[in-house]
Ligand binder design. Structure first.
Ligand SMILES: Nc1ncnc2c1ncn2[C@@H]1O[C@H](COP(=O)(O)OP(=O)(O)OP(=O)(O)O)[C@@H](O)[C@H]1O
Ligand SMILES: NC(=O)c1ccc[n+]([C@@H]2O[C@H](COP(=O)(O)O)[C@@H](O)[C@H]2O)c1
Length: 271
């Protein structure tokens, strides 16, 4: 019997500074949620650490963040780490990262059938993705952005996201958004015309085991020589110790620098 479920690849973009158990749990929560609908089969998870050019305060070198993510996922049968975004010389918009992985996916999924790939790409451009979750189900495979509710709510910060990028991510691909304490994604979607339009493409997953694990908390604990065991995979804890990562000094990296998207878009809007 053939399986009619749409295959889904989940892509998580972020600093992963460092990767925590909560980052890994996000993938499990998202997979359970999507597969419970009976419509989707999650086939792969991709972790894409942002490049150093993002300039977030305390962001350590991508080579370390990538290696820690690799160590964290070495026992997973379906979550992988991709370095394409992390090694870029300049910060790349998330919509472009999503596009890159979707194109890679099409190229590999459709048995290297060049004509089919061209056809699917052409149709994606031509179609009007009017608020429906159906549009690229016919492609056989979808790529969805996986994030926490804080990233969804960052869509509302002036000069942080280009409106057309938001439309591309939620309209053409879709998102899975994990609740996080302090955020209210349902309210945020309700109050945004564009998110409400594409609401069927935004899967909000409620994390009932509320936890405040954040990379910020982990870095703070490390600076204070406090244990971070059980917040991070053991291999990551060892790697941090071996390389002496996360100190008062590393937390000051980019302290006086404006975050790359804010820099890029405020420059564009003032010129
Ligand atoms: N506890 C959590 N609950 C839900 N989502 C989370 C949680 N921690 C991280 N995420 C999500 O994981 C992705 C990558 O997050 P990121 O690397 O920025 O971690 P972070 O803990 O938010 O980092 P920082 O504390 O440095 O800002 C983001 O989409 C973020 O929303
Ligand atoms: N305009 C955009 O594409 C845009 C803006 C802000 C953050 N992001 C991305 O969201 C993620 C957020 O990571 P942090 O939560 O660590 O800041 C990063 O991958 C970053 O590249 C994208």
């Amino acid at each position: 019997m053939s399986d009619n479920r749409t295959k889904v690849v989940l892509l998580a973009c972020g600093s992963f500074n460092p990767i925590t158990n909560m980052h890994l749990r996000m993938f499990e929560l998202a997979r359970d949620h999507l597969e419970d609908t009976g419509q989707y089969m999650v086939v792969k998870g991709i972790i894409s650490p942002v490049c150093d050019g993002y300039k977030k305060k305390g962001l350590i070198e991508a080579c370390h963040r990538l290696e820690m993510a690799r160590l964290a996922t070495e026992n997973s049968g379906w979550i992988t780490v991709d370095s394409w975004e992390g090694v870029q010389p300049e910060w790349v918009e998330t919509a472009k990262v999503v596009r890159h992985h979707y194109e890679e996916l099409l190229a590999t999924e459709i048995d290297d059938d060049v004509d089919t790939v061209k056809y699917v790409k052409k149709r994606r451009i031509e179609e009007n993705f009017e608020g429906s979750a159906n549009h690229n189900r016919r492609d056989g495979v979808r790529l969805m952005l996986l994030c926490g509710a804080d990233v969804l709510e960052s869509f509302g910060i002036p000069n942080m996201w280009k409106p057309e990028d938001i439309v591309e991510i939620v309209g053409s691909h879709g998102m899975v958004c994990i609740t996080r304490s302090g955020n209210n994604p349902h309210k945020f979607i309700h109050e945004s015309d564009v998110l409400w339009k594409y609401r069927k493409n935004i899967h909000v997953v409620h994390e009932w085991v509320t936890n405040d694990i954040s990379a910020t908390h982990v870095r703070r604990a490390l600076r204070r020589c406090r244990s971070v065991r059980y917040l991070l995979p053991d291999g990551v804890v060892c790697y941090i110790r071996e390389h002496g990562l996360y100190s008062a000094e590393s937390e000051q990296k980019n302290a006086d620098v404006i975050l790359a998207p804010l820099q890029r878009y405020s420059r564009a809007s003032s010129s």
